[in-house]
Ligand binder design. Structure first.
Ligand code: E4P
Length: 218
């Protein structure tokens, strides 16, 4: 399973990498807009930190514009993967990019049907938006499990990349379901660490050890 960090912050990318050796970085226009840096700078900086894919979304809404932007992103770093929204122009752009060998996948996926179109287009990845699917009234986890099951059954090589994860309960359910990949916000990743019982136990070990000499002083 690949684990990506969903951020534009170099510090947060490095912190996540120290915690669990992340496999790449996802961004989206809202995340980049929240910084005072240019899109290219955000992507190039992330690409300088991780050897894994750096996912950068296109902003154009027409197929020609999407193709142009996805091609241009390749000049920023050779491991940039273009995120193409699951719209009609998006699927057309995806087919053209695939034909040209440009890495690109489908994002903002809300339905199993959209995911199947991505699979049939040999998308590099398909990203169901778990939290936003829940917000729409459907079941984000169930939709993502169905997509993973269909892709496994049909032999699609597209990576199922669960996105818009709101908490560790969703994340662990997806690990159990055998999802190909997941992207986590820094805060949800950080929530993987905390267990008060661990801190209490460690404090107990330290108390039992007391003022004895540390191991390396023997
Ligand atoms: C993934 O690539 C997206 O940037 C992200 O998971 C979206 O999450 P959100 O719905 O919390 O904005």
């Amino acid at each position: 399973m690949n684990l990506y960090i969903d951020t534009a912050s170099p510090e947060q990318i490095r912190a996540a990498d120290r915690l669990c050796s992340i496999d790449g970085v996802t961004t989206n226009p809202s995340i980049v807009a929240g910084t005072d840096r240019r899109y290219r700078e955000v992507v190039e900086t992330a690409a300088g930190i991780t050897d894994g894919p750096v996912f950068a979304q296109v902003l154009a809404e027409d197929a020609d514009g999407m193709v142009r932007e996805a091609r241009g992103y390749q000049d920023w770093a050779d491991h940039v993967v273009a995120k193409i929204p699951a719209t009609r122009p998006g699927f057309e752009a995806l087919g053209r990019l695939r034909a040209d060998g440009i890495p690109a996948g489908t994002t903002v996926v809300f339905t199993v049907e959209q995911a199947v179109l991505a699979g049939k287009n040999d998308a590099t990845f398909v990203a169901p938006y778990v939290g936003r699917i829940d917000d729409s009234g459907a079941d984000g986890l169930a939709t993502t499990r169905r997509i993973q099951s269909i892709f496994d059954t049909q032999g699609f090589e597209t990576e199922v990349l669960a996105a818009s994860i709101r908490n560790t309960t969703q994340a662990t359910a997806l690990y159990e379901a055998g999802v190909d990949a997941i992207t986590l916000s820094p805060s949800v990743l950080d929530d993987h660490v905390g267990a008060p019982e661990t801190d209490e136990s460690v404090a107990g070990f330290a108390a039992d050890w007391g003022d004895r000499d540390p191991p390396l002083s023997e």
